[in-house]
Design a binder for this molecule. Structure first.
Ligand code: GLP
Length: 262
């Protein structure tokens, strides 16, 4: 597990975008797993800039989003489909047919979630999964208690997630009570996972995910079981880590070794 601490949210977004761009240049038909929320916004802004100014080519890229409210019309301004279109897809040369966001009006959610899993498999699996983290340690909409073996499914949101996400809606009552989300098992199958967290409000969840016991009560702690995970944090989100010096020491020594071998 690699932990990178940067000075602010802007730098966190840029570092994540750099990793995504590096993958796309190496593998033009890369499959990306994407997240919503306020945290990845600077990352998407940077990808748009890289496309416009550096010609970063998304024409062969496929994307799968982690989750979507249910029920919600994809044209609703708070839907994750609307978020992805307006923050990223409308500004890059991606083929929209290759952008998957769970459909918030699926008539049969169970059947739809199986279909979504199938599409991920048919695309060859996810090369790089971007994640945010909820205050209660959730990833995607896998609330505490979610089985680490869970697959894409309909879930019931916790009161704290509804409260946290109500800042984007006019009234708390407007936040949908359900969501469709990739499962923990689905996420853990991604070849590489990059979790972004910014702000002191995330410090407890981040510390529990990286240094706490592996428990379904903190879904992000399951990432300790994955062979290739990078946490990119700003100072606030890293403020409760006990072993921060060690992570920095590791990064320094490993990059020295890499330079010597190059
Ligand atoms: C939502 C999303 C998550 C996201 C989390 C944190 O609940 N389903 O995927 O990681 O919020 O959002 P933010 O980045 O706005 O703090």
């Amino acid at each position: 597990m690699e932990v990178i601490v940067l000075k602010d949210a802007e730098s966190v977004g840029k570092e994540a975008a750099r990793m995504i761009a590096e993958l796309i240049r190496r593998k033009p038909n890369a499959v990306l797993g994407l997240a919503t929320g306020s945290t990845p916004e600077p990352c998407y802004a940077e990808l748009v800039r890289m496309h416009k100014e550096e010609g970063l080519d998304f024409s062969q890229v496929t994307t799968f989003n982690l989750d979507e409210y249910y029920p919600i019309d994809p044209r609703h301004e708070q839907s994750y489909r609307y978020y992805m279109d307006t923050k990223l897809f409308n500004h890059i040369n991606i083929n929209k047919a290759n952008t998957y966001v769970p459909y918030g009006l699926a008539p049969d959610p169970d059947e739809y979630c199986c279909w979504y899993e199938e599409q991920i498999k048919r695309a060859g699996g996810i090369d790089l999964q971007i994640l945010g983290i909820g205050h209660n340690g959730h990833i995607a909409f896998n609330e505490p208690g979610s089985s680490f073996a869970s697959r894409t499914r309909l879930i019931v949101l916790t009161a704290e997630t509804i409260k946290a996400n109500s800042r984007f809606f006019e009234r708390e009552e407007d936040v949908p009570r359900y969501a469709l989300t990739m499962g923990m098992g689905t996420i853990l199958e991604a070849r590489k996972i990059v979790l972004l967290a910014t702000g002191e409000g995330k410090a407890d969840a981040v510390a529990a995910a990286i240094e706490g016991p592996i428990t379904t009560m903190c879904p992000a702690s399951a990432l300790q079981l994955h062979p290739d995970v990078t946490f990119i944090l700003d100072e606030g989100a890293a403020s409760k880590l006990k072993r921060r010096d060690y992570y920095e020491h590791c990064r320094k020594l490993l990059s020295e070794l890499k330079m010597k071998r190059a």
